[in-house]
Design a protein around this ligand. Structure first.
Ligand SMILES: NC(=O)C1=CN([C@@H]2O[C@H](COP(=O)(O)OP(=O)(O)OC[C@H]3O[C@@H](n4cnc5c(N)ncnc54)[C@H](O)[C@@H]3O)[C@@H](O)[C@H]2O)[C@H](O)CC1
Ligand code: K
Length: 225
């Protein structure tokens, strides 16, 4: 796994497209593998209480899957949702709807200014999961995610970043203002080019690669292109 080439933003998109269009793998299966593999990494660290900060895209979708697996493992977990519920779409929406049906606690923080209860939720957690922004982002984090990143970085809880620390450019390794400072990053398929850059070092922490069930043949195609 570790001898695979690094995966760029464009190749990450190619994985999703090829999986769906040529290899008959629905995106929700990749998301399940991504979330379950990430949850297993955190469960091994025996968290007492977890806050999962979720953004509007599929990075947030991974966060909903993680919530379900932590809940199944008996770990108290809450979602801090940093976008209006109506913005959630596709595979992320499938997993969000499951969480709603399962009664897992979802706290809404869609407003520009995070209300004091975001800080209170942070205080209650010994681990925070950053599932706010992933490979789909090429600009500085906007509100309310920007404020959430600032508050997470100032909190005492340990931080696990999903795929990429939110705010870090996965290709260049340049941190936007602000960027999550993670204790460890669970990244999918293989590591990202930006992680090897000195500018990324303070943000990514220990990097763990999580496989998401893509066939070898698909990966060969992606890395050949
Ligand atoms: N093939 C794989 O590796 C898989 C990865 N998965 C996860 O999916 C994300 C990428 O998901 P995507 O929906 O493309 O993008 P994001 O979640 O990163 O964000 C898009 C979302 O964010 C909004 N947005 C864009 N720019 C900003 C900004 N500057 N500030 C705030 N919000 C912004 C935009 O409008 C969209 O709504 C990848 O990282 C993995 O975590 C899959 O789960 C499995 C396959
Ligand atoms: K992230």
């Amino acid at each position: 796994m570790s001898d695979r080439p690094l995966l760029t933003r464009e190749q990450s998109r190619a994985v999703d497209v090829l999986a769906a269009e040529k290899y008959h793998i629905p995106g929700v299966i990749l998301m399940e593998n991504a979330g379950r593999g990430s949850a297993e990494l955190l469960i091994a660290r025996r968290p007492a209480s977890v806050l999962i900060c979720c953004g509007p895209g599929n990075n947030g979708g991974d966060g909903y899957v993680i919530a379900r697996h932590l809940d199944l493992a008996g770990i108290p977990v809450r979602i801090a949702l940093l976008c209006p519920r109506q913005r959630i779409q596709g595979d992320a929406l499938i997993n969000f709807t499951i969480l709603e049906a399962a009664g897992i606690e979802i706290l809404d923080f869609a407003d520009e200014s995070l209300c004091p209860s975001f800080a209170q939720s942070l205080d209650r957690a010994d681990w925070v999961i950053d599932a706010m922004l992933g490979t789909g982002v090429t600009s500085p984090p906007r509100e309310p995610i920007a404020s959430a990143i600032g508050q997470v970085n100032a909190a005492t809880a340990q931080v696990m970043a999903i795929d990429i620390p939110s705010g870090l450019d996965c290709d260049s390794g340049v941190p936007y203002e602000p960027t999550i400072v993670a204790d460890f990053t669970a990244t999918f398929v293989t590591s990202k080019p930006g992680f090897a850059k000195p500018s990324a070092e303070p943000y990514v922490g220990e990097v763990h690669v999580v496989d998401i069930g893509t066939p070898q043949a698909l990966l060969r195609e992606v890395f050949r292109s």
